[in-house]
Structure formats: structure tokens, C-alpha cells
Ligand binder design. Structure first.
Ligand code: UDP
Length: 478
């Protein structure tokens, strides 16, 4: 049973695309169910999703944005730089994280001015725990990584003896299934995630952009370990597609990659993208390009070059490109380069896309599953090394390239490079239409069916959202 009166819910997305996209989608889903939703954010962040909110308002949903100032001058960032998508160095990223801490008083003022029934911040706003306690506002936490990752993090923390050797693979004990990691996790990452998880304490549970069928044993394991409830409300992009009415599209230009894909055979193209943050070194990009070329398969390669000075320099000479690469793939009509933001969910849903070479960001994984596209995994940093394991070892809907070393940061180029041969080999295993590739493709389609069932009428994620709202009903003022 759905709640009777509308709940007043405030959301606070963290300033990064991988965090903001799914939490805004959750806010839109809840507004579509008749609740009154406010997204608290800063001006440049609001611009990234404003259009979808306008469309929802036009459809009659109660959703609005409450703008707070981004403390640019306090942290020493230029106007308009408010999201990690604009960062190319750890120093800039550090300032954005600092700003996320400094907005506390503005958020407090917004919550005091018009107290919501519930507050749903991103897990990175660890200060929200004490703030909500002080203001006596019930809180739920949004965790943009998967519960499987959280279980991995906890198992690694509990078993330091598993990492005594200098080289991998390392067996991870203490999980529903024993798993291996090819590289040693960085101690800094374990400490960081450990303190984040403490931020979940005192909340009404944790919301994840996932569905129960994807990590059922791990959810049970996590709930037993922490005593906290997990609410699966995903894949959020699929949920939104299914349940939020789309406005009529007026003169929207179709991205050129989609037109290019129209000319390709079903399942013949590999889509290659490393998310919104990771900056691959020139050496790694070179190996990637040669590996893709040598695989003989068609591909779309997304390269983000975000640093302005670097961009100007690169315009003259893109040092990472193998000589004649772009001309060759263009002439053979075999490859396309996208420099900048790609319409990822649309590309993944195109029938010509038969594989996704991914950095294993959690949203990328959820989007690939939703589209039934098998993956070639090449983790970039942090939780992505764990996601690779869920894709390859737990579910078998991907082929592992792996990483040469563990990195905690998306910006500082790794010293070790994954070779073009290794990439070529993994791409061929998936895309060559052999038995192995077909088996993996079938598993991806099976998981896609489960995801679609989860978000449909009576499905697990749909029911979980209803149960979550019902759980919050007693918080309504009497
Ligand atoms: N994304 C996109 N176009 C791009 C790069 C990324 O639409 O060119 C989207 C992608 O679909 C996903 C999000 O940005 O929703 C990135 O989140 P993810 O967790 O995959 O990786 P992160 O960027 O956090 O490393």
C-alpha cells in the first residue's frame, strides 16, 4: 500500500555526475508518485539536470530545486566549477570535497526554514548524521556504489592477512562466495570508505541504485552485518524510463553516434567509455587505441579531455593517438571518436551495440545491465575493482581485462599501463561470436530481463520503492 498524504522530502546530491544522476532520478521517481520533492543544490549543478525537472513540473509533479551558494571563493575555485566533472587534478577535486563540507550551514538554513518529513543526502555528506540528529529530521542515506562493494570493503578490512603477498591474485574470505582480486587494494581507500559507512548509522537505511536480484546474497550478508535496511530502487534510469512520463520531443537533434550506429549490424559495435571522471594517461590511451584497432571490431571511443590548457595543446597535436589512427578507422568505417560527453544510455540501448568496454563505475554497470549489453571490464579507480568482480566472477556477463595497479584517484595517471594486447584479447573473447562470447551475451540478456522485471509492475524495485514510502508514512505530521 502506498502512503496516503504526500511526504515532503529533501534530497542533497553530491557534486559528481555518478552521484547526482541516480539521486536526481530517485527524486523524480518519488515526485512521480505524488510526493513533494525538493532538490537542494548549487547553481552549476542544477544546470546539469534542470531540463528534466522542468519537464516533470510541466507534467504536474511537485518537484523543485532549492539553490544554495557554492563556496567558490572560500575554497579557491573559479566561478562555475562546482562538480567533479570539471576537475582534472586531485587538488581541484579536493577543493570540491571541501566545498561539500562548507555548504553545511546553508543546508541547515534550508532545513530549518521549511523542515521536511525526511532528508535524503548522498552518503558523502557525512556531516548530515549530526545535523539531522540535532534538527530531529529523519534521514535516509543514498549510497551510489553497490552493496556488493560494501561487502567487499568490509571483508577486506576484516581480513588483512589475505594481502600479505606482494603480488596477486588475492583470495578474499568472509563473503557469501570466495572471490579474488588481481591487485592489492590501497589502504587509503579502505580507511575512506570505512568512515563513510559510519555515516549511515542512525539512518532509516540505505538506498542503492540496484535491484535485489543482482546482489541478493550480499544484501542479506550486509543487513546481518550492520543491522541496517537496504532499499533497492534501481536501475534508476530504467525506473525513470518506465514510470516517469516523457514530454513530447520537440526538434531534439539526434547525436551523430546514434546515426553512425544505424549503419551497423546488430551487436557488432563495442562502446568504450571510462565514465565522467577518469583521465587516462596518454600511454594508456595509446595502448587502448592500438588494442581496439587490432581487435578488428567496430567501436565508439569516448575520450574526455577536460583540462582547458591541455585541450588547447591537444588541438594542435593529440599525442596519444597512434599515427594515422583516426583516418584509418574513418576510412574503414570501423570506429568513431567522441571527444566530450556521450549520450551513454542511448548508445547502450542501440541494437548495434554488442559490448561495453567500461571502467566499471556503478552507474555504467547498471546502465549496461538495463540495456542487456555484456561488458569488457577495465577498472579505473576505487570501487570499480570490486564491480569488475561482480560482473565477471559472480555473474559472468563480462570479460575481464583487469587493472595493472590499484588507484584511488581518477586523475593521477597510473604508472603501470594495461597493454594493447591484453585489451585486444579480452575484446575478441567477447565480440568474436565464439561460444564464450555467446554464453556471456546470453547471461547479460538474462540479467537484463531480471532488471526489467524488477522495475515493472509488481517487480522487486518497484515494490521496494512502495515499501520505502510506506515505511516513511508514520513520519508524516499527525
Ligand atoms: N556519462 C555519460 N556520458 C559520458 C560519460 C558518462 O552520460 O560521456 C554518464 C553515465 O551514463 C553515468 C555517469 O555519467 O550515468 C557516470 O557514472 P559512473 O558511476 O558510471 O562513473 P563515474 O563517472 O562516477 O566514474
Amino acid at each position: 500500500m502506498e502512503t496516503a498524504g504526500p511526504l515532503k522530502i529533501y534530497f542533497l546530491p553530491f557534486f559528481a555526475q555518478g552521484h547526482q544522476i541516480p539521486l536526481v532520478q530517485l527524486a523524480r521517481l518519488i515526485a512521480a508518485r505524488g510526493h513533494h520533492v525538493t532538490i537542494v543544490t548549487t547553481p552549476a549543478n542544477a544546470q546539469l539536470f534542470q531540463k528534466t525537472i522542468h519537464d516533470d513540473i510541466a507534467s504536474g509533479h511537485h518537484i523543485r530545486v532549492h539553490l544554495i551558494k557554492f563556496p567558490n571563493t572560500h575554497v579557491g575555485l573559479p566561478e562555475g566549477v562546482e562538480n567533479l566533472v570539471s576537475a582534472t587534478t586531485s587538488a581541484t577535486a579536493g577543493k570540491i570535497h571541501m566545498a561539500a563540507h562548507l555548504i553545511q550551514s546553508e543546508v541547515e538554513a534550508a532545513l530549518k526554514e521549511s523542515p521536511p518529513d525526511v532528508f535524503i543526502p548522498d552518503i558523502l555528506f557525512t556531516w548530515s548524521k549530526d545535523l539531522c540528529k540535532r534538527l530531529q529530521i529523519p534521514r535516509l542515506v543514498f549510497n551510489p556504489i553497490s552493496i556488493f562493494d560494501v561487502c567487499m570493503i568490509q571483508a577486506i578490512k576484516a581480513h588483512p592477512e589475505a594481502f600479505l603477498s606482494d603480488s596477486g591474485p588475492y583470495q578474499i574470505p568472509g563473503l557469501p562466495l570466495p572471490l579474488t582480486l588481481p591487485v592489492k587494494p590501497s589502504p587509503g581507500f579502505a580507511a575512506l570508505t570505512g568512515s563513510l559507512l559510519e555515516g549511515e548509522e542512525g539512518s532509516h537505511g540505505v538506498i542503492v541504485n540496484s535491484f535485489a536480484e543482482l546482489d541478493a546474497e550480499y544484501t542479506q550478508h550486509y543487513e546481518n552485518l550492520t543491522g541496517r535496511k537496504v532499499w533497492h530502487v534501481g536501475p534508476s534510469s530504467l525506473m525513470v524510463e518506465q514510470s516517469v512520463k516523457k514530454p513530447a520531443i520537440v526538434n531534439e537533434t539526434r547525436h551523430e553516434s546514434l546515426t553512425w550506429l544505424d549503419s551497423k549490424e546488430k551487436d557488432s559495435v563495442l562502446y568504450v567509455c571510462f565514465g565522467s571522471l577518469a583521465l587516462l594517461s596518454d600511454k594508456q590511451l595509446y595502448e587502448l587505441a592500438t588494442g581496439l584497432d587490432a581487435s578488428g571490431h567496430s567501436f565508439i571511443l569516448v575520450v574526455h579531455r577536460k583540462n582547458k590548457e591541455e585541450q588547447e595543446e591537444e588541438e594542435e597535436e593529440e599525442k596519444w593517438l597512434p599515427e594515422g589512427f583516426e583516418e584509418k578507422i574513418g576510412k574503414e568505417k570501423r570506429g568513431m571518436l567522441i571527444r566530450g560527453w556521450a549520450p551513454q544510455p542511448l548508445i547502450l540501448s542501440h541494437p548495434a551495440v554488442g559490448g561495453f568496454l567500461t571502467h566499471c563505475g556503478w552507474n555504467a554497470v547498471a546502465e549496461a545491465i538495463s540495456a542487456g549489453v555484456p561488458m569488457v571490464t577495465m577498472p579505473g579507480f576505487s570501487d570499480q575493482y570490486y564491480n569488475e568482480k561482480l560482473i565477471t566472477e559472480v555473474h559472468g556477463f563480462g570479460v575481464e581485462v583487469g587493472a595493472a595497479e590499484w588507484s584511488i584517484s581518477p586523475y593521477d595517471g597510473k604508472k603501470e599501463v594495461v597493454s594493447g594486447e591484453r585489451i585486444q584479447e579480452a575484446v575478441k573473447r567477447l565480440m568474436d561470436k565464439g561460444d564464450e562470447g555467446e554464453k556471456i551475451r546470453k547471461k547479460a540478456k538474462e540479467m537484463q530481463e531480471k532488471a526489467w522485471r524488477a522495475v515493472g509492475e509488481g517487480g522487486s524495485s518497484n515494490n521496494s520503492l512502495t515499501a520505502l514510502l510506506d515505511h516513511l508514512k508514520p513520519l508524516l505530521p499527525k
